[in-house]
Design a protein around this ligand. Structure first.
Ligand code: GLA
Ligand code: ZN
Length: 675
C-alpha cells in the first residue's frame, strides 16, 4: 500500500478550527461580480474553508463524457490565493438528467415496486453497477485533477446518504447477503422462527424484502433488511472511497451524517471514514422547550457523533447561520444563539463550525433557506455580523483543535437495538428507546457528567461507568464485554427490557437477561407489566433519602438470587418487590433497574451508580452545560449558559447566553477516565 493511515491523513487538515460551509459558485457563473464579492465577504467573516461541488454533476458533465472543470479550477485557485481551503464533494448526491434517461436502472424502486422518474436527489439505486461506474469515473476525474491542489484538505463523499431501494438488483443482493449470513435456508428458518404462521422458506430465491403488501411480520427478516441496507450503502460508499484513496492516499475522507437517522447504522459506516461529520439543524427557540432542552438534545447528537471515533475530533459539516426552510415554523435564531450553539459544537469535540450555506440560491427548493449572505446581497446584516464575530472568536480558540473528550461514562445507544425495539410487537406503544437513552444523557449532563454514546460492539475498558438502558437485543459479544468490564472494577447499570432476544431476535430461554447476564446481575425477570399512560407506581430506596419519584410505562417483576435490594416498588400486587438491585461482581458492581423512572428517580439511581464508580455528582446551576476537551496536558473547560440570567460557576461569572472557555494544566492521572 502506498497509502497513509487514517491518522496520518488527518494531518492534511489545517491545525485550526474550520469556519465556512457549502458554497455553490456554479449557480452564479454568469455573475463574476458576485463571485468576487463572495471572496471579499468570506475573508471579512474569517471563513477559512468552503465545501464545493456537492451538487455539481450536471455542470461538470452536462452530456455523457463531456466535462467542464475550468470554472472549478479558477475558483479553487482564487480561494487558495485568498487563504480559503476547500472540502471537495463527490457529486453523487444528485444525478444529471442524461444519466436517468439513458440508464433507468440507476433510479430507485419503492417498496410497492414502482420505479421513480427523474428528479430530486439522494434517490439512487445503491446496487446499480452502472451508477457505481459512472460515479467512479467522475471521482477519478476529480481526484486526478484536484488531488494535488493545495487548497484541497478533505473529500466529502456524496451527501447525506440514506434510503433504500427495492429493485431486482437490490432484491438479489439481499438474498446473497442472507445466504452469506446463514449459509443454508434451514438455518435461516430456525433463526427467523419461520415455522410460525407457516412461513418456512424452501430456498433463498423465495425471500423478498419486507413490504407493506407482502411479508412484514418476521422480525428477523425486518432486522436483516435494515442490516442489508446499511451493508449495501456502506459497500457503495466504499466504492466511492476506494478510487479517492487510490489516487489521493493522503487526503482524508468523510461523509455527512444526519443526526440520529434511523435508516442506517452509522456505527458500521464510521470505520470506513477518516473523520466523522454531521449536519445539525435543531429548532432553536422551539415552543414548549427550554433552551437548555434544545441544547441538551443537540449535545446528545454531538456526543453520538464524537463517540464513533473518540480519539479524534469530528466536524460539524452543516448548520444554519439563521433559519432552515423545512421546519414547520422556521424561527430565527435569536441574537447570541448562533454563537452559543456553534460553541456548543466545539465544546462537544467538533473542530469546525460549517454552514449550509454561504449564499442563498436565487431559485428552486432551497431559495428561502438561511445563509450567511441573503438575497439582499450585502454584508450589512445581523446574520453576517454574528457569523463574522464568531469567526473572529474561533480563531482565538485554535488551540482547542485536535483536543478530545475523555469521558468516564458510556451509555449504550445501538442502532440494531433501536430497530429491534421499534419492530417488537408487544408490551405497549410507549417503548421510547431513544427518549429513554436521551433522558439518561440529560440527567448526567445536568449533573456535570458528559458521556459517550456507544454501540454494543464497544469494549468498555476505557470507562468507569457503563449504562445500558433497554438492551433488548443482546449480542453474545456484548454480554462478555459487560462481564469483563465489571470483573475488572467497572460499574454497570442495566434496566428493564434487557437481554430478551439474541441478535436475530430469538428470545433467550431460561430467564432474562439472557446469555449469562443473569448471574452477573444476580436475578432474572419473571414478568413485565405495562402501565397505561396515566398510571404510576413508586419506589422506596432502602438507603433512605430521595424517594419522590414516579414510575411509568414498564415494571418488571424480578426474582433476586444473590443481589442486594436497593429499592422496592410501593404499589400494586408487586409492592415491596425489588425495583433496584446491586450485585458485586469481580472488582466491580452490576446494578439493575427494573422499571422506568421519571427524571427525579433517574437522578437518584444515576447518582448512586456514578458515585459507586468514584465520580463526582454535582447539580449544575439551571441552564448551565459543561464539557471538557483534553490535549497535551491541558484540560479545556467550556461552560455554556443557556439561561436568561447570569450564573456563577467555579468562581467564574457567566453572563446570560454566554459561553466561557478556560484551560488548566493537568497531570496525566487527572485526565478523566485515566487514559
Ligand atoms: C441537508 C443537505 C443540504 C441542505 C440542507 C438544508 O443537510 O445536506 O444540502 O439541503 O439539508 O437544511
Ligand atoms: Zn436497487
Amino acid at each position: 500500500m502506498n497509502g497513509k493511515n487514517s491518522f496520518e491523513r488527518l494531518e492534511r487538515l489545517p491545525a485550526k478550527l474550520l469556519h465556512g460551509g457549502d458554497y455553490n459558485p456554479e449557480q452564479w457563473l454568469d455573475r463574476p461580480d458576485i463571485l468576487k464579492q463572495d471572496i471579499d465577504y468570506m475573508k471579512a467573516a474569517h471563513i477559512n474553508v468552503v465545501t464545493l461541488g456537492v451538487f455539481s454533476w450536471s455542470v461538470y458533465e452536462p452530456e455523457e463524457g463531456e466535462y467542464y472543470f475550468e470554472w472549478l479550477d479558477a475558483i479553487m485557485d482564487r480561494l487558495y490565493e485568498n487563504g480559503i481551503y476547500v472540502i471537495l464533494a463527490t457529486p453523487s448526491g444528485a444525478r444529471p438528467a442524461w444519466l436517468d434517461e439513458k440508464y433507468p436502472e440507476v433510479m430507485r424502486v419503492n417498496e410497492y415496486g414502482l420505479r421513480n422518474t427523474h428528479g430530486i436527489r439522494h434517490n439512487h439505486c445503491m446496487s446499480s453497477p452502472i451508477y457505481r461506474r459512472k460515479v467512479t469515473e467522475m471521482n477519478e476525474k476529480l481526484a486526478l485533477r484536484y488531488g494535488r491542489h493545495p487548497a484541497l484538505i478533505l473529500w466529502h463523499v456524496s451527501n447525506e446518504l440514506g434510503g433504500s431501494c427495492y429493485c431486482e438488483l437490490c432484491r438479489e443482493r439481499f438474498r446473497q447477503f442472507l445466504e452469506e449470513r446463514y449459509h443454508t435456508v434451514e438455518r435461516l428458518n430456525q433463526e427467523w422462527w419461520t415455522t410460525f404462521w407457516s412461513h418456512r422458506f424452501g430456498n433463498f430465491t423465495q425471500i423478498d424484502p419486507p413490504s407493506p403488501r407482502g411479508e412484514s411480520s418476521i422480525h428477523g427478516l425486518n432486522l436483516d433488511w435494515k442490516r442489508f441496507t446499511t451493508w449495501n450503502m456502506t459497500d457503495y460508499m466504499k466504492s466511492e472511497i476506494e478510487v479517492l484513496r487510490r489516487i489521493t492516499p493522503d487526503i482524508p475522507v468523510t461523509t455527512n451524517f444526519m443526526r440520529l437517522y434511523k435508516g442506517l447504522d452509522y456505527h458500521r459506516m464510521a470505520p470506513e471514514l477518516d473523520i466523522v461529520s454531521w449536519d445539525s439543524y435543531p429548532a432553536w427557540g422551539k415552543q414548549g422547550e427550554t433552551l437548555w432542552d434544545t441544547f441538551a438534545q443537540t449535545a446528545f447528537e454531538h456526543s453520538v457523533m464524537r463517540s464513533m471515533k473518540p480519539d479524534r475530533p469530528y466536524l460539524l459539516m452543516e448548520s444554519t447561520p439563521s433559519i432552515v426552510n423545512w421546519h414547520q415554523t422556521n424561527k430565527l435564531k435569536r441574537p447570541g444563539i448562533h454563537r452559543l450553539s456553534s460553541l456548543q459544537a466545539i465544546a462537544c469535540g467538533a473542530d469546525s463550525v460549517l454552514y449550509f450555506q454561504w449564499r442563498k440560491a436565487r431559485g428552486s427548493f432551497e431559495q428561502h433557506h438561511g445563509a450567511v449572505i441573503d438575497h439582499l446581497g450585502t454584508n450589512d446584516t445581523r446574520v453576517y455580523r454574528e457569523v463574522s464575530q464568531l469567526g473572529e472568536e474561533l480563531m482565538k480558540l485554535d488551540q482547542l483543535c485536535g483536543s478530545t473528550a475523555h469521558n468516564d461514562v458510556a451509555v449504550l445507544y445501538d442502532w440494531e437495538n433501536r430497530w429491534a425495539i421499534e419492530d417488537m410487537a408487544g408490551l405497549s406503544d410507549r417503548k421510547r428507546y431513544d427518549e429513554t437513552v436521551q433522558e439518561i444523557y440529560r440527567v448526567l449532563l445536568r449533573h456535570g457528567i458528559d458521556s459517550d454514546l456507544v454501540s454494543e460492539e464497544t469494549e468498555f475498558g476505557r470507562y468507569k461507568v457503563v449504562i445500558a438502558p433497554m438492551l433488548y437485543l443482546l449480542k453474545p459479544q456484548t454480554a462478555s464485554f459487560m462481564k469483563k468490564f465489571t470483573e475488572a472494577g467497572g460499574v454497570l447499570l442495566a434496566t428493564y427490557m434487557s437481554g430478551y432476544v439474541n441478535e436475530n431476535t430469538l428470545c433467550y430461554l431460561g430467564g432474562f437477561p439472557g446469555d449469562g447476564l443473569r448471574e452477573v446481575f444476580g436475578l432474572y425477570s419473571e414478568e413485565i407489566d405495562s402501565l397505561y399512560a396515566d398510571e404510576t407506581n413508586g419506589a422506596v430506596f432502602k438507603d433512605g433519602g430521595d424517594n419522590a419519584c414516579e414510575i411509568r410505562d414498564f415494571c418488571e417483576i424480578v426474582k433476586v438470587q444473590d443481589a442486594e435490594i436497593m429499592a422496592v416498588y410501593t404499589q400494586d400486587f408487586y409492592a415491596g418487590e425489588p425495583v433496584l438491585t446491586r450485585k458485586v461482581w469481580g472488582e466491580g458492581q452490576a446494578w439493575y433497574l427494573a422499571a422506568r423512572m421519571d427524571e427525579a428517580g433517574m437522578s437518584s439511581v444515576l447518582r448512586r451508580v456514578c458515585e459507586a464508580g468514584g465520580l463526582e455528582w454535582e447539580r449544575l446551576p439551571t441552564g448551565l452545560e459543561v464539557h471538557y476537551r483534553y490535549k497535551e496536558g491541558v484540560r479545556y473547560t467550556i461552560a455554556l449558559n443557556t439561561a436568561r440570567e447570569k450564573i456563577i460557576y467555579k468562581k467564574r461569572l457567566i453572563e446570560a447566553l454566554d459561553a466561557v472557555v478556560w484551560e488548566e494544566e493537568i497531570s496525566d492521572a487527572d485526565v478523566k477516565g485515566n487514559r
